[in-house]
Design a protein around this ligand. Structure first.
Ligand code: NAP
Length: 280
């Protein structure tokens, strides 16, 4: 798997990892597909998709438990484990408690990347960042990140950190939502912050576009797939990671999907082809 630098750190992470929203439930736990889910994550790891993204809110913690089971027999250093604290847990003591709970569910001693899932204007950001820096100092988390933050909010978060910096912002980015290109992506590029693209397949919408002969996006993906001898989905993923500061975390539980997604990396659309998709 192709690797990219995490923020300004010396860490290299897979450009395509695996997301786990709806693995283990959505907002409530669902135990019905545990075995399949554990196998899917293990399979992704075997393909080098070792950036695993989860959150305390996913399946009300059960997603983290599934990830914990999937990585049980894997060398901890080989995995880049990312999870997120929910926006109602951003008070100082709540952040510390949430992190302990995630560590327990994941069954690990440290989290690689710990992110604020969504900003919460009713809790002072300085208080949250202080708690995150405490976790960083204590070795419970290796890097601090944010999610769904705009440029101003990232700047404010960075301002409260004294011994480390924000390494990543996780935001929606796909062919249907290119909002980040306006100012967030250029900001991340300029400041050495990784942009982790979530929903790279538009939550599966991409499949409908590809199968719709009237869809301009679908037609262009199919044309480029033929040109590059890839699949249209691989072209769509390659488009998302086109900028060097971007990595992505498509969610897939089906093995053929995981296989296909892994092939979205390791090659690059030409600038002209990238721009053709950009212009639609
Ligand atoms: N920070 C945030 O606020 C936030 C918000 C949303 C998502 N996320 C993160 O980003 C991850 C990805 O986003 P997402 O799960 O919403 O959407 P997504 O990755 O864009 O799409 C997932 C859907 O696409 C399907 N799929 C995956 N690979 C496919 C392939 N090769 N061919 C056809 N279908 C394919 C999956 O099916 P199967 O599962 O059946 O294989 C699933 O239904 C999440 O899992 C989560 O970790 C973060």
């Amino acid at each position: 798997m192709e690797l990219r630098r995490l923020g300004k750190t010396g860490e290299k992470i897979p450009v395509i990892g695996i997301g786990t929203w709806r693995i283990g439930g959505d907002t409530a736990p669902d135990y019905s597909k545990d075995k399949e889910a554990v196998e899917a994550i293990k399979y992704a790891i075997s393909l080098g998709m070792t950036h695993i993204d989860t959150a305390e809110i996913y399946g009300a913690g059960h997603s983290e438990e599934i990830v914990g089971r999937a990585i049980r027999n894997v060398n901890r250093e080989e995995i880049f484990l990312a999870t997120k604290v929910w926006h109602t847990n951003l008070r100082y003591d709540d952040v510390l408690a949430a992190c302990e709970n995630s560590l327990r569910r994941l069954n690990v001693k440290y989290i690689d990347l710990y992110m604020i899932h969504w900003p919460n204007p009713s809790i002072p950001l300085g208080e949250t960042m202080k708690a995150l820096e405490k976790l960083f100092k204590d070795g419970k988390i290796r890097y601090i990140g944010v999610s769904n933050f705009n440029v101003e909010q990232i700047e404010e978060a960075r301002h409260y950190l004294s011994i480390t910096d924000i390494v990543a912002n996780q935001v929606e980015y796909n062919l249907f939502n290119r909002e980040v290109e306006r100012d967030l992506l250029p900001y991340c590029e300029k400041n050495g912050i990784t942009l982790t693209a979530y929903r790279p397949l538009g939550k599966g919408r991409i499949v409908e576009e590809i199968n719709d002969p009237k869809s301009r996006i679908g037609n262009t993906l199919r044309k480029l797939a033929t040109k590059y001898e890839r699949t249209p989905i691989q072209v769509a993923l390659n488009w998302v990671i086109w900028h060097e500061c971007v990595v992505t975390i498509p969610k897939a539980i089906q093995k053929n999907h995981i296989d296909e997604n892994a092939g979205g990396a390791g090659w690059k659309l030409s600038k002209i082809d990238y721009k053709e998709l950009l212009s639609i």
